[in-house]
Write a protein of this length. Sequence first.
Length: 137
Amino acid sequence: MRVTVIDAQGGGIGKAVVKAIKEKAPDCMVIAVGTNAVATTAMLKAGADVGATGENAVVYNCAKAQVLIAPIGLTLANAMYGEISPGMARAVGECEAIKILIPVKQCSAKIAGLMDKPQAAYIQDAVEMALNEMKNI
C-alpha cells in the first residue's frame, strides 16, 4: 500500500504523520511531497521511503496517490502565506485518492462541528483513518 503525504512550511505535520504511519505500518510505502525542500527533508528524516519537492511533484503525485494525507490548507490556493499555488490546490482537490485532510489553525478555513483539540490529536486521527482506508483498498 502507498500513502502520499504532502506538507508545506517546515514540514512538521507531515513529519509527524510519516513517523506515525511507519511506526504502525512499517511496510507501507510512504511518499513525502513537500511544497518546499525543508518540508520534504523533514518527512524523509521521519522515515518516508521517497521524497519529491515543488509544484510539479504535488501535481504528479496527487494523480498517482491511493491515500493522500495533507493539511487542509493544501486545498486552498494561496494558503500558508502564499506557499500553496493554485495548481497545487487544484491537484489536491481533483485527486481521486482517498483524501484525509488535517485541520490547521494557520489557514483561514474553519470547519463547522470540528472539535478544538491539539494538532497532535488531529494527526493521530488522520493516521488511524489512513490505516483503516488502506485495509479497504
